[in-house]
Design a protein around this ligand. Structure first.
Ligand code: NAD
Ligand code: WQD
Length: 337
């Protein structure tokens, strides 16, 4: 059985659908600090079956002990974590506790139960401000904020664990910028409060919940001066996890894999694509650069293709159409409309 920590969240809920469709037995473990039970119920509707869900915290050893006793878990896909960069600067201890201590506790309980196979949600943020693009997995690593450092620390912890005991099987997946939603429009990204990330902010502006999008800087050395990122459809990302799970038990080393499309789009290109997909105007204004932002970030996606036989198939148009379907059908996210 596969344990999916954080399986009620944005990327987790989409991945759960594909895991079930691929025939995997799974159990979800989530503390609902950034998730809604409605999302889980909709996933169950989509797949047409009940999916075991346990409410608990990865920092709580007793919760995890009970989980590993009640379920026969042989692999873990570990999504659970906090992810807001700005909040991590203001509350670093909360991030180190939740992400690093939580992962340590999870690994301890896994080890005690003889479960040593893990796929970890890392991030392109571990490349810091790369000197060139596209970014390959062997680029130097650095972090500019506590969130990013928590990801780097966890990567190192998992590498150390493997060195100490090579029967561990570890895949570190470094996601670029996940966007989009399931094709049903029933599940999607539902940030609490004002969105930090570009795509949810664009979508909420298009649907009329926000007046105007602040474009953070138009003087970067990019195609039109605005920041360039590698946006990847969440269903492509989910497929990448299923592929990674398929090889997890055959790898003889810690594998580190970029999950991106290999293409970069600017903020203005994203706005235009979203307007085309939705038929709505996205009012915007140019604002100062956001602290900590970099000009350009996109993946070299070749390694994923080589080792997983995976590459993203959904382009920017589908990313926008699917985001819009979710946003327009659920203007208030999972809250009652
Ligand atoms: P999300 O917040 O939607 O999902 C995370 C889930 O983990 C939530 O359901 C939350 O309730 C749960 N959770 C958090 N702390 C927990 C704890 N202590 N115990 C149990 N459950 C806990 O975020 P997401 O976008 O789905 O991201 C999933 C993972 O991918 C995270 O680790 C994130 O850092 C990483 N990641 C996300 C992005 C992105 O832009 N979305 C990019 C790169 C990496
Ligand atoms: C994208 C572009 C902004 C909002 C973050 C994390 C990273 C990873 C993914 C988890 C940038 C611009 C944004 C807005 C804007 N998460 N922008 N107006 O910063 O690439 O990555 O999410 O691991 O760690 O740092 O994503 O969506 O915030 O920004 O102009 O209101 O959009 O400046 O160029 P980012 P983003």
């Amino acid at each position: 059985m596969i344990l999916v920590t954080g399986g009620a969240g944005y990327i987790g809920s989409h991945t759960v659908i594909l895991l079930i469709e691929a025939g995997y037995d799974i159990v979800i473990f989530d503390n609902f600090s950034n998730a809604s039970l409605t999302a889980h119920q909709r996933v169950e509707q989509i797949v047409g079956e009940t999916i075991p869900l346990v409410k608990g915290d990865i920092r709580n050893k007793e919760d995890l002990e009970k989980l590993f006793t009640d379920y026969d878990i042989n692999s873990v896909i570990h999504f659970a974590g906090l992810k807001a960069v700005g909040e991590s600067v203001e509350q670093p201890l909360k991030y180190y506790d939740n992400n690093v201590v939580g992962t340590l506790t999870l690994c301890e309980v896994m080890q005690a139960h003889g479960c040593k196979s893990i796929i970890f949600s890392s991030s392109a943020t571990v490349y810091g401000d790369p000197e060139t693009t596209p970014i390959t997995e062997d680029f130097p690593l650095s972090a500019t904020n506590p969130y990013g450092r928590s990801k780097l620390m966890i990567e190192e912890i998992l590498r150390d664990l493997y060195v100490s005991d090579p029967t561990w099987q570890v895949i570190l997946l470094r996601y670029f910028n996940p966007v989009g939603a399931h094709i049903s429009g029933d599940i999607g990204e539902d940030p609490s409060g004002i969105p930090n990330n570009l795509m949810p902010f664009i979508a909420q502006t298009a649907v009329g919940k926000r007046e105007s999008l602040s474009v953070f800087g138009d003087d970067y050395d990019t195609i039109d001066g605005t920041g360039v990122r590698d946006y990847i459809h969440v269903m492509d990302l989910a497929e990448g996890h299923v592929k990674a799970l398929n090889i997890l038990h055959t790898i003889g080393k810690v594998m580190t894999i970029n999950l991106g499309t290999g293409k970069g789009y600017s903020v203005l290109e994203m706005i235009k694509a979203f307007e085309d997909a939705s038929g709505k105007k996205v009012p915007y204004h140019i604002a100062p650069r956001r602290a900590g932002d970099i000009a350009t970030c996109y993946a070299d996606a070749q390694y994923a293709k080589n080792v997983l036989g995976w590459s993203a198939t959904r382009g920017i148009e589908v990313m926008c159409i699917d985001t819009w379907r979710w946003q327009s059908q659920n203007p208030n996210g999972y809250k009652e409309n």
